[in-house]
Unconditional design. Structure first.
Length: 357
């Protein structure tokens, strides 16, 4: 995640998060129902899309098709490459490269993007006269767009997407359900994270009732990776560092992966996304971090917490965003430079938490 910190909401400010207002739900439903069958509808998710971004967007796009809308496009900024684990998702035929997306759509819907910066070259689509409906669950959402369906209490953006589909009277079928299930499962860590509430399981039950096969989906999404990625993980995990005194004594464990690592093992950047799970299991650290090199002096940073530290405060302070337990930002400099900034902000975040309490 590389969300901007401007006007963060809910948890990121220390207040109680709140969901969409009734007026926003009504406005979103009205915006869709006003569309004619040939209307140009553009769905956008964030750069380097993950399971929640793609699953929510494609599931909702398939739902729009059931309403008779023929001109639905889905896209994301950057290279039009879908990560391997998600290449079996239904609805991939909705995808078009960013360069081919409607320049003047009749309606824009954004998924899982907490700030405009996450939309890259597609941000100009928000400047058209068409309304923009934003579906998101990040506490650090900046408030861009016209109609805000932003619920920091939701475990995934797919929760918001399913609710809007329900309000549009779109019945769940297996294709829509598979997309939403992948989104829900990925953002809850296969239903292991603290965001896994009773309502999350009730939603999963509704999706499973359509006949989708969770075992097959989980093997494809979570339990399959190239042999080169396994070797790459070995190299990267071998340089992991544990700092027990960091984060006020709660502990900080981190590692980094370089572009040279990827090239040496002939791997694409997406294979690094699950790496944080191998680091966060360290018993001696509450906070974990993985730095993934994206340029000579640029790093995509993933942060996780087991609960003692609010990593969204760290990420927001460093130009990113996210949630209490999972957040991220883009860092500049050497890996050691970026880690030093994280280390300093961890202590600052703890001071802020004490002041709030």
């Amino acid at each position: 995640m590389t969300d901007d910190p401007d006007s963060p909401a809910g948890d990121a400010l220390g207040g109680e998060p709140s969901g969409p207002a009734a007026a926003d739900w009504a406005a979103a439903v009205d915006a869709v129902r006003r569309l004619t069958p040939d209307a140009r509808v553009l769905l956008i998710c964030h750069v380097n899309p993950d399971g929640d971004a793609l699953g929510s967007m494609l599931g909702f796009g398939l739902g729009l098709r059931t309403l008779g809308l023929r001109g639905v496009q889905a896209t994301f900024p950057g290279p039009p490459e879908v990560p391997e684990p998600f290449r079996g998702l239904p609805g991939l035929d909705l995808l078009v490269p960013a360069a081919e997306a409607y320049p003047d759509p009749d309606l824009v819907l954004c998924f899982d993007a907490a700030s405009e910066s996450r939309l890259g070259e597609l941000v100009d689509r928000l400047a058209v006269t068409a309304p923009t409906v934003v579906l998101d669950h990040h506490a650090s959402h900046t408030g861009f767009g016209d109609i805000h369906l932003v619920d920091p209490r939701a475990a995934a953006t797919s929760v918001v997407a399913e609710e809007l589909l329900t309000r549009l009277d779109v019945p769940l079928d297996a294709a829509i359900a598979e997309c939403l299930y992948v989104a829900l499962a990925t953002d809850t860590g296969s239903f292991r994270f603290d965001a896994t509430t009773p309502e999350v399981h009730r939603m999963a039950a509704r999706l499973l009732a359509t006949g989708i096969r969770p075992g097959e989906i989980s093997r494809r999404i979570f339990d399959t990776r190239p042999f080169g990625a396994v070797r790459l993980y070995g190299d990267v995990l071998a340089r992991t560092r544990l700092e027990p005194a960091a984060a006020g004594g709660h502990g900080f464990v981190w590692t980094y992966a370089t572009l040279a690592d990827l090239a040496r093992h002939d791997q694409r950047p997406y294979v690094l996304e699950p790496l944080i799970d191998s680091v966060r299991c360290t018993a001696e650290a509450d906070v974990s971090g993985v730095l993934k090199q994206i340029a000579e002096d640029g790093w995509a940073v993933s942060l996780r917490s087991k609960g003692a530290v609010d990593v969204s405060r760290v990420a927001v302070a460093l130009g990113g965003g996210g949630h209490r337990f999972a957040a991220g930002f883009t860092g500049r400099g050497t890996a050691q430079d970026v880690v030093a900034r994280i280390r300093a902000e961890l202590d600052t975040a703890l001071i802020r938490t004490v002041d709030r309490d």
